[in-house]
Design a protein around this ligand. Sequence first.
Ligand SMILES: Nc1ncnc2c1ncn2[C@@H]1O[C@H](COP(=O)(O)OP(=O)(O)OP(=O)(O)O)[C@@H](O)[C@H]1O
Ligand SMILES: [Mg+2]
Length: 227
Amino acid sequence: MDHVIVTKGLCRTFEVGESEVHALDHVDLVVEQGDFVAVMGPSGSGKSTLMNILGCLDTPDAGEYRLLDQAVSAMEDEALSRLRNRYIGFVFQSFHLLPRLTAIENVLLPLRFAQGDVHDSEANGRSLLQRLGLSERMHHRPNQLSGGQRQRVAIARALVASPPLLLADEPTGNLDSKTSVEIMTLFGELNADGQTVVMVTHEDDIAACAKRVIRMRDGKVESDARH
Ligand SMILES: Nc1ncnc2c1ncn2[C@@H]1O[C@H](COP(=O)(O)OP(=O)(O)OP(=O)(O)O)[C@@H](O)[C@H]1O
Ligand SMILES: [Mg+2]
């Protein structure tokens, strides 16, 4: 099987005043193509720090990260952002949509920074919004959409360039339980189509939608189990 993510001894330490916080403390992780992983653990256990490094938004201060067999941990900022645009779709708890842009404009935004066939990707953006039940909402702005609709726009934006890896940090954290189930059904369908997904959640019933649950504590992987 192809490894999408391989980390070895990943460390990230933050200096806060006189003290050091070991947000990640030697994390070893392998995620294969087609996996669906939920990352759980108490507040402050390092979940977002891990996701930010996996998503090439932050770099480790020790250890190794290989993304699709490329040595991310050795890369400079520019190479890192190229890799991020090409390989990563990131979904955040608070959607991070641009308020002045319509749904379809938000979805197509990443294509401004992408290479390749933009026309194909534009069609992909429209069909993603259709697939996510937003055909009638393409020209609405975020403040004209419900929370669940906003998150679906954010998911379409994350997927528009067909990234091999979808990362989501508490994607249902701002949604009610019914909408959360809809978003998880969507992740399950994407995963069934082969999309590799890694998501953070605090909720057991959300984590139950994944194939594998990793629990973190104090910056370490405490357990790693498949359903
Ligand atoms: N930029 C930063 N500067 C200093 N400390 C930080 C920074 N980012 C995170 N930390 C610290 O690193 C630790 C891990 O934080 P992280 O955000 O990864 O936790 P988390 O598991 O995502 O928590 P939550 O469930 O509350 O989102 C915490 O102790 C946090 O205070
Ligand atoms: Mg977090």
